[in-house]
Design a protein around this ligand. Structure first.
Ligand code: FRU
Length: 482
């Protein structure tokens, strides 16, 4: 480790210690989500199950609640639920990463954990350079930096970052988020036989490609994987205009389903579909675990979307990661299902009811002061309208007459109600995970998901009110361990 690296790590650790009380004194501190110990967290990085243990890294700015020269923070877990905060994995100490160890991924090779990340470099005039770098670990805790392995290929601007690496047959492949010289967003594909020498095969998707039309000026954090017989490309494009219920956030995160021809480097795909319909979701990353599950975690935040207005900033921290979701491809649909390990967190069952007739009057349930809970609801197919209010912070509504499901929340900026919606043919199942300042709602077995930060009045009892036209088959609420 260089002296500069040691010094940066020392300073970051000091920052954690110095602010521990202020950070942990925040009533909005989440109970069962991953957060930064201080400062700003953004993208999940290097998600991998290695020698049985899950590792999840994150983009981290320890010194302020804004962006800057990022570190890689590091969590590990045996069960995806109980996480241990590990020592800092990467600090931006070297010339090729001096303005940030930006996002990337992890693979296993010869028993070692190998990280790929972007070395972000800016000169005094703000000109950018980008290097895709490698770091190797034998113990899963300390990382030996090997420096850049990919220089910027021709045809792209220096907005070329976020390498995601996987193995197919005997070869390694890497997708990189990119901007081509005509200033449109792309995903570049590279290939290697030894993880060190990389050959650029070309752009496989992007604005103006594969029949897509204009589709943004930069694509970040790509991920490409096979899921039950199809190839899925996940990406976070920037520069899409809002279009009806779609693309309402400042930046989007979604996927294309298709088939990648590894020989020709051609990826034929269908439409872009947003992964999450809520307010805060961006830059997700997946991994294939030892059980063969495709797991995904996202950043519960969006760049430049009122980031500086989050109430937690008063306590010197901002943002969190989402819960892990398992991806499935069923009958031509991508489903996102909360991982079954989440059931381990269930403590007391607070509510269990069946055959509840919905009406205008509203059924009220008091959850109590505990604000971390899971709620699971099965509805009869014919539910015509459904409304659920969580205290006075969030409302979930479904109307079968226009097939629209919405999540409304009180804005943490203005206090006004604001809405995100998607079309949904019928509402049959709803699962919600509520933490002290977040909600993740999974509809119909994961057909649609809504993620949002919420900031309820800390002193009030949590109440759920249900109304509508139709019938609830079964309703259960569990308090969750945190
Ligand atoms: C996405 C992103 C990545 C970049 C990282 C920097 O949120 O902008 O493209 O690598 O964050 O923290």
């Amino acid at each position: 480790m260089t002296e500069r690296e040691q010094e940066l790590i020392r300073l970051a650790e000091e920052e954690v210690k110095k602010n521990k009380e202020v950070v942990e004194g925040d009533s909005y501190r989440l109970r069962y989500h991953l957060m930064p110990p201080v400062g700003l967290l953004n993208d999940p990085n290097g998600f991998i199950q290695w020698n049985g243990t899950y590792h999840l890294f994150y983009q981290w700015m320890p010194f302020k609640t804004g962006h800057g020269a990022k570190f890689w923070g590091h969590y590990s877990s045996e069960d995806l639920m109980n996480w241990k905060h590990e020592p800092i994995a990467l600090a931006p100490s070297e010339w090729f990463e001096k303005n940030g160890c930006y996002s990337g991924s992890a693979v296993e090779h010869d028993g070692k954990m190998v990280l790929f990340y972007t070395g972000n470099v800016k000169d005094a005039d703000g000109n950018r350079e980008t290097y895709q770098c490698m770091a190797v670990s034998e113990d899963g805790v300390t990382f030996d930096k090997k420096g850049p392995v990919v220089e910027l290929p021709e045809g792209y601007t220096a907005h070329f970052r976020d390498p995601k690496v996987w193995k197919k047959g005997a070869d390694w492949y890497m997708v990189v988020g990119a901007q081509s010289e005509d200033l449109t967003g792309k995903v570049a594909l590279l290939k290697s036989s030894d993880l060190k020498e990389w050959q650029h095969l070309g752009a496989i998707a992007g604005s103006g490609m594969n029949g897509l039309g204009e589709f943004g000026y930069m694509w970040e954090c790509p991920d490409l994987f096979e899921l039950d017989g199809v190839d899925v490309l996940v990406a976070s494009p920037q520069g899409l205009e809002a279009d009806g219920m779609k693309y309402q956030n400042v930046y989007q995160a979604g996927y294309f389903v298709g088939e990648l021809d590894y020989e020709s480097g051609v990826f034929e795909h269908g439409d872009f579909i947003e992964l999450d319909r809520g307010f805060e979701f961006y830059a997700p990353q997946t991994t294939l675990d030892e059980q063969g599950r495709r797991l995904m975690v996202g950043w519960m935040g969006v760049p430049e979307q009122d980031e500086d207005k989050h109430p937690t900033i008063a306590h010197k921290w901002v943002h969190a990661l989402t819960l892990p979701r398992e991806l499935k491809w069923v009958d031509g649909k991508l489903l996102q299902v909360p991982v079954e390990e989440l059931n381990l967190m269930r403590k007391d069952q607070l509510v269990e009811q069946s055959d509840l007739q919905l009406s205008d009057d509203g059924i009220g349930l008091v959850i109590g002061l505990s604000k971390a809970f899971e709620m699971s609801l099965f509805l009869e197919k014919a539910v015509a309208t459904f409304e659920m209010a969580l205290s006075d912070t969030v409302q979930l509504t479904f109307d079968a007459s226009d097939s629209v499901f919405s999540l409304r929340r009180k804005s943490f900026v203005t206090g006004e109600w604001e809405t995100r919606s998607c079309s949904l043919q019928a509402l049959t199942e709803l699962r919600a995970y509520v933490d002290t300042s977040s909600i993740e709602v999974f509809l119909n077995g994961g057909e649609e998901v809504f993620t949002a930060r919420i900031f309820p009045d800390g002193t009030a009892h949590e109440r759920i009110t249900l109304s509508g036209v139709g019938k609830i088959g079964e309703l259960r609420v569990w308090e969750l361990e945190g």
